[in-house]
Design a protein around this ligand. Structure first.
Ligand code: KIV
Ligand code: ZN
Length: 502
């Protein structure tokens, strides 16, 4: 039985999804969850991309134990030095450097020939090797690269010190039989291939990223690059929960497994949704809301007689326990703290106290508080950025025969400011009043409301994505009143923009 390494790139390629940007505190929280889940390597970011990326990688390198912490770097001296500076404090570290190899990229984007690309790749692997032993090299757009040249590059970078060679299907172009055959050819033709692990990095443009990764495993790949919920550039990356559960469920076929504690899958999926605001489609394999719902009468009949008739994996195996934990207004601070820590949140005493205060207020209106409610409450109330803007109070009036109007009182720095604004609807009026107070010029990219759990007293979670000066962020707000939740989400997003600008 082989153990396939799981290389998680949610914090790097995943963050490249439009609207999925995360701040350092959010990245750290997610990295800790990935470590708890047992991933082998965390690609924590692209150090040279921005000071924010650098800071996040450095924080994760200093704070997260277990997995290897990796930074991406183009095959350029300044990138590699920056990657090293970001990861050097991690107990286990890796530099991942890449250069395109396909003719289409070299001719149109890099405007260099194949010899120059090979030379740069080898030189930069050698430079990276002067900092650390664990080096990964990716020939970008490998699946559209001439196989002879690809093998030449792979052999040369292994000779220069690469310990992992990653084969990216950068544009999601390949199909499983072809991709599997490519891995087989690489293993056959590259003389020193036994000195490196073959990794694969598949994008999902044709919906084949999981199948391609699995085909690669069948042909000898030893590492899979993937993201939670499959988020990533364009149509996303191979989804971790899918490959991991496919390998686990069909161990008989693959003769391989991973180190992942699959019971952490659901918690990780929810955390990514709550941080990025990117919801999972209901029919998504493994983590979609319908993944374990059986509608057909024939299926239900079979299930009642014997679970395995229509269920190939159990909900419990991905951490969807049968027991729903319910807290209510009589629950104490200790039960609240314990449940949050079981859900993966590490909060300071002050944060617990603030969240507990709101929990009590909400529990007065809403009888049962489920795990999903607690997660929404934490994303809304525990700010991961300094709060320049804070909601003090608000009132809204709207009706069929009046123009909606909102009065908002906020604290801005040390001042309290109040404003009333009319709008096309109550939400429009609130957002106008808030921008009137803050003087911000953000563009609204997304506004979403979700009832977290059933019932008319359900906690409503609002997600607001804003963009200003090329910075896009996602804010959260939760409340039993969705109008209040909307104001909180908008203000949370504005605080994130302010922090990012700094
Ligand atoms: O898709 C891709 O080719 C990448 C590389 C940087 C590995 O993300
Ligand atoms: Zn990618």
């Amino acid at each position: 039985m082989r153990t396939i390494k799981i290389f998680d790139t949610t914090l790097r390629d995943g963050e490249q999804s439009p609207g999925a940007s995360m701040n350092t505190a959010e990245k750290l929280q997610l990295a800790k969850q990935l470590a708890r889940m047992g991933v082998d390597i965390i690609e924590a970011g692209f150090a040279i991309a921005s000071p924010g990326d650098f800071e996040a990688i450095k924080t994760i390198a200093g704070d997260v134990e277990g997995p290897i912490i990796c930074s991406l770097a183009r095959a350029k001296e300044e990138d590699i030095k920056r990657a090293w500076a970001a990861i050097k404090d991690a107990p286990k570290k890796r530099i991942h450097t890449f250069h395109s190899t396909s003719e289409i990229h070299l001719k149109h984007q890099y405007r260099i020939g194949p010899k120059e690309a090979l030379k740069r790749s080898v030189e930069m692997v050698k430079l990276a090797k002067s900092f650390t032993d664990d080096i990964e090299f990716s020939p970008m757009d490998a699946t559209r690269t001439d196989i002879g040249y690809l093998c030449e590059v792979i052999e040369a970078v292994i000779k220069a010190g690469a310990t992992t060679v990653n084969i990216p299907d950068t544009v999601g172009y390949s199909i499983p039989s072809e991709f599997g055959a490519m891995i087989k050819k690489i293993r056959k033709r590259v003389k020193n291939i036994d000195k490196a692990v073959i990794s694969v990095h598949c994008h999902n443009d044709l919906g084949l990223s999981t199948s391609n990764s699995l085909a690669a495993v069948l042909n000898g790949a030893g590492q899979i690059e993937c993201t939670i919920n499959g988020i990533g550039e364009r149509a996303g990356n191979c989804s971790m929960e899918e490959v991991v559960m496919a390998l686990r469920t069909r161990r008989d076929l693959f003769n391989a497994d991973t180190n992942i504690n699959t019971k952490e899958i659901m918690r990780s999926s929810r955390l990514v949704t709550s941080i990025t605001g990117m919801r999972v489609q209901p029919n998504k394999a493994i983590v979609g809301a319908n993944a374990f719902s059986h509608e057909s009468g024939i299926h239900q009949d079979g299930l009642l007689k014997e679970k395995t008739t229509y269920e190939i994996i159990t909900p419990e195996s991905i951490g969807l326990g049968k027991t729903k934990y319910v807290l209510g207004k009589h629950s104490g601070r200790n039960a609240f703290r314990t449940r949050l820590s079981e859900l993966g949140y590490t909060l300071s005493d002050d944060e617990i106290n603030n969240a507990f205060k709101l929990f009590k207020e909400i529990a007065d209106q809403k009888k049962d508080m489920y795990d999903e409610d607690l997660a929404a409450l934490v994303s809304s109330e525990v700010s991961t950025v300094p709060e320049k803007y804070k909601l003090i109070k608000m009132s809204v009036s709207s009706g069929t025969d009046q123009k909606p109007s909102a009065t908002i009182k906020m604290r801005v720095g040390t001042k309290n400011i109040q404003k009333t604004q009319k709008g096309d609807g109550p939400i429009d009026a609130i957002f106008k009043a808030i921008t009137g107070i803050t003087g911000t010029k953000s563009r609204l990219l997304k506004y979403e409301v979700k009832a977290i759990t059933g019932g008319t007293d359900a906690l409503g979670e609002v997600i607001v994505s804003l963009e200003e000066d090329d910075i896009s962020v996602t804010g959260h707000g939760a409340d039993t009143d969705i109008i209040t939740a909307s104001a909180k989400a908008y203000i949370n997003a504005l605080n994130k923009i302010t922090a990012r600008k700094k």
